[in-house]
Design a protein around this ligand. Structure first.
Ligand code: UN1
Length: 510
């Protein structure tokens, strides 16, 4: 196991062992199956995680509700102070935790560190939020009456996160949910259990130190354990990140019991390069957008729609850049690496299947297209051309580094293509024409949740609300007023007139 080797001592620095228990609800336990965590860059085992049984999930829910009953009465700015301490702990452990994220997911170290930074940033945001989130006072039509609006916590919030962002996505949800008074129960992806455990170790120390119950609970497990969380009425909100197919099932299950859900599902993100674009900048954006995280972000650029006037030159230069980046294929922990492995053998299979489909449909592989022969799970980042904009394979999200380059006649056509897919997460246009830019962000512009101008489809900051429309699920996480989704709204009419009055002039007197 890699954890036994001295060059991986950072794993022990964040409290990991050879065999780790995947349940934390005040103490560590777990009696389900054992999952080996694999380094996608070498295929070697890092360490192993013992997962929960469905019964243990039930226990976690019980503890989470109890913890909520304490936490919701802690004044919001005091909750903020606890979250400030969590942010401090994360700063202290940023290096080993970021390296673990890199190792277990397969993403380059700077991206692993970036992920922990995203969690730190959202903690800062939540600290501020804890002091400023507020309701309002609304005018009443009745004399000496006042309408108040207040935001109350929901209770226990469930978070199910995916392997590609095993730390930050939990962070966005947990920091905001806890700031407004909820407790949190997390089930991370089975293949990134070590990140879930290490993250929970860092956070749980803060609650202990402050004599608080476990406000953030962890329950690692498979689909059987996840479905207990999804179906239990005590879990007031389920925030799910993953595929459209699973998200649809989760959404329906939660709706059946009238629970709340936040769905952050697939994307099929397009980048439009208009004929007046700063092409150099667009090329750089295309590179990080399509290849970054080996194409495994929900915000990854999957389609590049280029104006016909600049199409040929753009494609040729893009291929040259891909050639350059190929020199930077390597193990994700190597400092020089820009292209790490994909996460698993399953990703390689879907990469191969999609490229088969591409060939059958008459697509041209302009660059890449092969599995790289080295230990671990490596594929060549791939550019495909010559497919119609509405080809079924172009409309499907393959979670791998494959990008389709499409040739358009006008911005209008490009916007139409941007919008014609089922998913609606992220999008961006490259133009230097302010009129075109405003066309893009207007009602008839991009229909996505993220509508960028002159920057990448991926790599959003925490300050804005994150999420997308249509089959992306409609939920919003992270910044802006996304916190409201973790609350219930109370509309409070206060009569301070000393006599009862009815609204709308209704008479009801005996
Ligand atoms: C994800 O891929 O699920 O905008 C999240 C981004 C990151 C988050 C991605 N901040 O690419």
């Amino acid at each position: 196991y890699l954890i036994d080797s001295p060059s991986y001592s950072f794993l022990k620095d964040i409290g990991l062992e050879r065999t780790n228990l995947g349940v934390y609800n005040g103490s560590w336990s777990a009696s389900g199956t054992t999952v080996k965590s694999i380094d996608p860059g070498s295929g070697q085992v890092i360490a192993e995680v013992k997962q929960a049984t469905p019964a243990e999930m039930q226990e976690c829910i019980k503890t989470g509700v109890e913890a909520y009953n304490t936490w919701c009465e802690v004044p919001a700015p005091v909750r903020g102070e606890i979250i400030r301490q969590i942010g401090e702990e994360l700063r202290k452990y940023k290096e080993p935790l970021g390296k673990l994220v890199s190792l277990e997911v397969g993403k380059p170290v700077s991206e692993g560190l970036g992920e922990v930074q995203e969690f730190i940033d959202i903690c800062d945001y939540a600290v501020g939020l804890s002091r400023i989130y507020a309701g309002q006072v609304i005018s009443s039509e009745r004399k000496k009456h006042t309408i108040l609006e207040a935001w109350r916590p929901l209770g226990l919030v469930g978070v199910i996160s995916a392997y590609n962002f095993p730390n930050a996505v939990f962070g966005w949800n947990a920091a905001i949910a806890m700031a407004v008074g909820n407790s949190v129960l997390w089930k991370g992806a089975s293949s990134t259990g070590l990140v879930s455990i290490a993250t929970t170790k860092v956070i749980s120390e803060v609650f202990k130190r402050n004599d608080l119950p476990p406000i953030a609970i962890l329950c690692q497990g498979g689909a059987d354990v996840g479905s207990v969380l999804v179906q239990d009425n005590r879990v007031k909100l389920v925030s799910f990140t993953g595929s459209c197919a699973t998200g649809r099932e989760v959404g329906i299950e939660v709706q059946k019991r009238f629970g709340k859900s936040i769905l952050e599902l697939g994307g099929n993100n397009a980048m439009i390069v208009n004929d007046d674009a700063n092409v150099e900048m667009a090329l750089e954006a295309a590179l990080f957008g399509s290849i970054g995280t080996s194409g495994q972000r929900c915000t990854t650029t999957r389609r590049i729609i280029v104006h016909e006037k600049i199409y040929d030159k753009f494609l040729t230069t893009l291929k040259d850049r891909y050639k350059l980046v190929m020199k930077r294929v390597g193990h994700q922990l190597e400092p020089n690496t820009l292209i790490g492995p994909v996460h698993s053998q399953a990703t390689i299979s879907s990469y191969k299947e999609t490229l088969e489909e591409v060939k059958q449909l008459g697509g041209k592989i302009e660059f890449g297209g092969n599995v790289i022969d080295r230990p671990g799970f490596f594929v060549e980042p791939t550019i495909v051309s010559n497919l119609p904009h509405n080809s079924p394979v172009v409309h499907k999200e393959t979670f791998a580094p494959i990008v389709y380059v499409l040739k358009s006649k006008s911005l209008e056509e490009a916007i139409e293509w941007n919008n014609e897919v089922e998913q609606g997460l992220s999008s961006s246009v490259f133009t230097q024409d302010i009129n075109k830019a405003f066309q893009w962000i207007g009602a008839k512009g991009s229909d996505c949740g993220i509508v960028n101008i002159n920057t990448t489809t991926n790599g959003a900051e925490i300050g804005g609300a994150f999420g997308g429309e249509k089959q992306t699920g409609g939920g919003r996480e992270s910044g802006s007023d996304a916190w409201k989704q973790y609350c219930k709204r109370a509309t409070i009419t206060v009569n301070h007139s000393g006599e009862l009055a009815r609204a709308q002039g209704v008479v009801f007197e005996v």
